[in-house]
Design a protein. Structure first.
Length: 458
């Protein structure tokens, strides 16, 4: 990224704009605000997930169709949130609805294998190049199984993870997700910090945190824990700090370092899988790890998860030495939706459309950034993208610490007030597109962004 002259954003002005935009937003959501009081009577906090409780208030959704959402107040939006990227196939896609309805009439759960297993498995082999797959019900379950597979295969305990990444809410990996900058310690040896109350300290002793895009620090971690590292899990493109791409050679370098020490490499492709390319990050960056973890986009909107791995890693499972079990694993309703989603909707042609829409977003937002001198740049690939509010490239989590969250919150408010639904309260401004999104939808996003850029630099 070339060096260019940028303006210094006036945070007092941003605070004033936030107050203006919040005042405009609240009357649009009177129904949501009132309904929350009803839900709070029996549901903790009135929401099903803590991440749904985002400032200035939770927004309750009535229905979705294609690339549109309607909240319970009747407001219509173009949806660039898409359920944290799970709805890349769009809302209520006819092919997926048909598959779900057909299976629902035949039964929704048996705790036994069904005929869709081979079709989904074959598609995932084609996309990601790993020979064997198992299914689960969420990204959390997929990464939990990956951690256990690596430990089981090596007889070792220590896992390496990236500072600033989220791999689900289980105790094995829920460390240093959004760590407090005052507590993170030195870059060459970050402190492993639990992300939630109730995680035993002992689990943290089995996790070594390293910065993204730095092979030397991974080598240091392997040296410190010589003979006791089971493997490393990494988002091949970081998705918790905007979209941060791996630098050339980084992913292959990880694989080489780990294999030289008898350890394994797992890709957490819960967000990148079937979104940034047909074969996710494996195809996009040309590196096949030992394990791939999937969820979100592969399920067509139903709870889903999948773990792909080498024959070596799945050997104990196949032989029956290791039970990889779950009552709802391979649930027929999910498998029917997944088969339709992967084989009929997210075909290779769909990624040409993703790329076309992505180009409009990148080029339009970049023009606005350059016109108004914003300290920002645009990054992403396929259906995923983001504006990162930094005048210099962000390579890892620590590069984002100085970015003021009020800027991205205001960017969210501008889009929300102007008919574009976004994932709430993010450290970075991110988006996901679906098969229904058009270049005209992207222009709507860009127009809102231009208005934001002009307002904050006036």
């Amino acid at each position: 990224m070339s060096v260019r002259e940028t303006v210094e954003l006036d945070l007092d002005r941003i605070d004033a704009l936030i107050a203006r935009e919040e005042a405009e937003l609240e009357p649009k959501h009177r129904g949501s605000i009132e309904y929350r009081k009803v839900a709070e009577r029996t549901v903790a906090g009135g929401v099903a997930s803590s991440w749904q409780d985002a400032p200035p208030h939770a927004i309750y959704i009535d229905h979705g169709q294609g690339n549109r959402l309607w909240d319970i107040d009747g407001n219509e939006y173009i949806d660039f949130h898409l359920g944290y990227g799970a709805m890349v196939a769009g809302h209520a896609h006819p092919k997926i609805v048909e598959a779900i309805e057909r299976q629902a009439r035949r039964g929704t759960h048996f705790a036994q294998p069904t005929r869709d297993l081979d079709a989904v498995g074959e598609n995932l082999v084609d996309r990601f190049g790993l020979p064997l797959w198992r299914f689960c019900n969420s990204g959390t379950e997929a990464t939990l199984e990956a951690a256990r597979l690596m430990r089981a295969a090596t007889g070792r305990d220590v896992l390496i993870k990236i500072e600033g990444t989220y791999h689900g809410h289980h105790d094995s990996l829920m460390f240093s997700v959004i760590p407090d900058p005052d507590l993170i310690g030195p870059r060459e040896h970050p402190v492993t910090l639990p992300q939630a109350l109730g995680i035993p300290k002992a689990f943290g002793e089995l996790v070594r945190v390293v910065p993204f895009n730095d092979l030397a620090e991974v080598a240091r971690a392997l040296d410190e824990h010589e003979g006791n590292v089971a493997g490393m899990i990494v988002e091949p493109a970081m998705m918790n700090c905007g979209v941060i791409m791996p630098e050339p050679g980084y992913l292959q370098g990880l694989k080489d370092l780990l294999h030289a020490r008898g350890a394994f490499l797992a890709f957490d492709e819960v967000k990148t899988g079937a979104t940034i390319a047909y074969g996710g990050a494996v195809e996009a960056f040309g590196v096949t790890p030992d394990i791939v973890c999937l969820a979100k986009a592969i399920g067509g909107g139903l709870p889903c998860g999948a773990i792909g791995a080498t024959e070596e890693l799945f050997g104990p499972v196949v032989r029956g030495d290791y039970d990889m079990a779950g009552t709802f694993n391979g649930n027929p309703l999910t498998m029917a939706a997944s088969r339709a989603c992967l084989t009929e909707v997210l075909t290779r042609d769909a990624y040409e459309q993703f790329d076309a829409v992505h180009r409009v977003l990148v080029e339009g937002c970049t023009r606005a950034i350059e016109r108004f001198g914003l300290p920002a740049y645009v990054t992403g690939m396929g259906a995923k993208g983001s504006v990162i509010y930094s005048a210099t490239p962000v390579r890892e989590y620590r590069d984002t610490i100085g970015i003021d969250e009020r800027i991205t919150y205001l960017a969210w408010l501008f889009q929300q007030n102007r008919g574009v639904f976004k994932s709430p309260w993010s450290k970075q401004e991110t988006w996901t597109t679906s098969v229904f999104h058009t270049e005209e939808d992207a222009q709507r996003y860009v127009a809102n962004f231009e208005e934001f850029a002009e307002a904050v630099t006036a």
